[in-house]
Structure formats: C-alpha cells, structure tokens
Design a protein around this ligand. Structure first.
Ligand SMILES: [Zn+2]
Length: 324
C-alpha cells in the first residue's frame, strides 16, 4: 500500500457522543462509528481505547487524532481548560495516556480547531492567507487557519471567538460568566433569548408564539418565521445582525479570505443576507472579495480534522528527516 494512503484514526469526543472513523486525504473513509459518551474520564479513555483497538483489527493506521472539548495544549496533549460538557475531564493527560497504551502517534486538539482544520483542507483552502471557521450551535465555536496552519494563540485559546464581547450593557450572561459574549446573541440560545425579549408584552392575539414565550425553542421561531409571523421574522433578522456583528470584529482584526459557517444553526442562516450585512458594516477593502462558504464536512469535521492533523504531523517529521 502506498504510504501516502495509510489512514489515521480520527476521533471526535463530544459531550453526548463519540464519533470515530478512518481518515485519509482529508476525507472520511466509510461510515463513522458512533457511541454514546460514557460518564467520567476513566470510562471515556477505555471507550477511546476500545474504538482504536477495533479499527486496528482490520487496518494499518499511521496514528490517532482526538478532537475534544476544552482548551488543549497540543504539545503535551493535555486538556487544560474547563469543559462543562465533560465533567472531570480537565487535567487529563490524554495524549500521553493514549500514546503509551497504543504505541500510536497521537494528536489531541480542541474540537473547534480540529473542525476548522478539517473544513479548511477538505475544501482545498489551505493555501489561503486566513480562513476562519464559525460554528453556530448552542454556543459559538471557531477556529482560525493561517496559511494552512492552525493559529492557537499564546495561551492555546486563539479562536475562542464565541466570547468576543459585542455589547456594553451587561444584558446577557454567558455560560463562561462574562457578559454579552457573541454567543449569548449569535447562537441557538441567543436566538431563543431574542425571541423571548421580543415577545415581552405581546399578546397571543398578535402572535401564537406569545403562548410559548417561556418555553420557546429555536425551531418554534424558525417555523413561525417560515409561515410569515412578523415577530419571528424580526427575531430571525436580528439573529443575522447578531451573527454578523462578531464576524465584523473578526474581519477587522484578521482580514480573512473567507469564512466557513457550520453548526446546527447554520442551516437557518441566509448566507446572502449575511454577506450583505458584512458589506454594510466593514471597510470596503475588507469585504470586497470576502467569501462565505457553508461547511462541507458537516458533523464529521472534528474527526476528519483530528485525523488529518496526525497525517500532516507524520508527513512533516518525514520531510524534516529527508531534508536532514
Ligand atoms: Zn462567554
């Protein structure tokens, strides 16, 4: 087998499920394996080791890449930052544990960074100066890729774009405990909060949504907007404004070639409307050639990116040894 085609195992460790698959050429080979995330670090590690062993039964692999929530030191592979979705996970020396138990080259990377890396390279955008991925879900995640490489920042918290402060009036508290972070407006939770605010003092005669005010879901708002409800449409328009405002901050700090928009909320975002908003709110030079692309990997982005990070790390070592 051509060495360039030997795959890596990519594993995406999420709060509720673990997705894993073989990755080669920034593509997922076959269907991913999906298992529920067990409770507690020891059980999670056992599950990851089981998955690796299963893949190794039938395949030769170059290494394993793990995408995980939390801030990760990519050199030590340790999970540094808190991860609300995975209690007790902080402080886990994940790379050392997996590498020692499997003897496979192991890369551990933050989930949003892994996804950004996967999306950027799967779309053939690795040659661009700056690609920013924005994941619109329950919160907002992101990753910044500069000339094909992840930008991790001085404290491995680069790309934590969901916590850009977008307002000064301390109205919405973020899960991080800061006020008015971008994700308190531009995420699914943000859209819910906007709907709730707009429905204050509105009667059921004006909109049927008023009856649901305290248990409003994003889907309620989307459905009502689709059937012409004026308040729901206003919430959705405001949502686009809220998504745009964080992107405007990113445009003026990093001047990207393009954004890739992914995540569960991205299907409700009209990219044309978003592009027009950015054109209105940025310096012309910044937005003239700016592109906004939808995700091409979907929920496989994290595992594909993590797997590709290992493949690229191995290739880099080989290049250095050939050159030396
Ligand atoms: Zn925050």
């Amino acid at each position: 087998m051509d060495k360039n085609q030997i795959p890596a195992i990519g594993i995406d460790l999420g709060g509720t499920k673990i997705l894993a698959g073989l990755v080669s050429g920034c593509r997922l080979l076959g269907e991913p394996v999906k298992v529920p995330t067990p409770k507690g670090p020891d059980k999670i590690i056992d599950t990851i080791l089981d998955i690796i062993a299963q893949f190794q039964k039938d395949n030769i692999v170059l290494g394993v890449g793990i995408s995980t929530a939390g801030i990760v030191d990519p050199n030590s592979g340790e999970v540094l930052g808190s991860t609300g979705n995975l209690p007790g996970w902080e402080g886990t020396a994940l790379k050392t544990i997996i590498q020692n138990k499997t003897a496979l080259r192991t890369v551990v990377e933050n989930d949003a960074n892994s996804a950004a890396y996967g999306e950027c390279h799967a779309a053939g955008l690795g040659y661009k100066t700056c690609v920013i991925m924005v994941t619109l879900g329950t919160g907002i995640g992101g990753g910044v890729i500069l000339q094909g490489k992840l930008y991790r920042g001085a404290h491995y918290a680069g790309g934590e774009i969901g916590h850009i402060k977008i307002s000064m009036d301390n109205r919405r508290r973020c899960t991080c405990n800061l006020w008015d972070c971008w994700e308190t407006y531009g995420s699914g939770r943000g859209l819910q909060a906007t709907g709730w605010e707009l429905l204050g003092g509105v009667s059921e005669a004006q909109t049927p949504l008023a009856a649901k005010r305290d248990r409003l879901t994003t889907q309620d708002i989307i459905d009502a907007a689709g059937s012409g409800d004026i308040i729901a449409k206003k919430a959705l328009d405001l949502y686009h404004e809220h998504v745009a405002v964080g992107m405007v901050a990113l445009c003026h700090s990093l001047d990207p070639d393009c954004f890739v928009i992914s995540g569960g909320m991205s299907k409700f975002v009209d990219l044309k409307q978003l592009k027009d908003l950015l054109a209105d709110r940025t310096l012309p030079r910044v937005s003239e050639k700016l592109e906004i692309y939808p995700s091409c990997l979907g929920e496989a982005a994290g595992l594909v990116g993590a797997g590709q990070l290992v493949l690229d790390a191995v290739a880099e070592v080989e290049q250095v040894s050939v050159a030396g």
